[in-house]
Write a protein that binds this ligand. Sequence first.
Ligand code: PEP
Ligand code: MN
Length: 240
Amino acid sequence: MTIIAGPCAVENREQAFAVAETIQRTGGEFFRGGAFKPRTSPYSFAGLGEEGLKILAEVRERFGLRVVTEALDESTVDLVEKYADMIQIGSRNMQNFTLLKRAGRSHLPVLLKRGMAATLEEWLLAAEYVMAEGNGNIVLCERGVRTFSQHARNTLDLAAIPAMRRLSHLPLIVDAAHGTGHNYMVGPLARAGVAAGADGVMIEVHPNPAKALSDGEQTLNLDEYQQLVRQLNAIQELVA
Ligand code: PEP
Ligand code: MN
């Protein structure tokens, strides 16, 4: 089971290092953090840009973690390639075909999030865009879809896990943070994702979620994260 954890956005060195230290100490291998953030409102914090990528490169150097970060367009893929280990393509960009093709020409693996209204077929065809350019290193990420339900930001589609297993050989992880939008739902749904057979989880973690510059309401603090890692490892043992 792979855990990709970290803050929604890289905010500064202290924040990133505090989270990275916890991830490393609890056996994690991957650090996530946005430097280019696709925000619903143009007035929200949109990330530190290249300065954020430099902090990610320091995290990699100092803590030996691999770093995953989002690229928003072709020019940010160029930058992400300079500093990171994996290119994230976000839900809003799942059908940005020029971006998918550019990622397909990259030497880096691609984390392809499900579009918030995408069918499994559309999601797989998006992956095909990357593969058709020569890059077969793709990890799919279920992050919830829009439904009529109002108790969660999105509806995490757990049935997509076994369904995708039938359709594709690609590894699949579950993002219970964006999939629910509420920190108290992250643990239950991440545990359910692993129990349902996901290859891993994505989790948003921040030393002080109440002060986070983005997605604080769906973010775990360091203690909550450590407890969840123990639970996920136990569930993984049972279903392996
Ligand atoms: C994120 O991972 O921070 C993010 C913006 O996710 P999504 O594209 O799934 O909304
Ligand atoms: Mn986020």
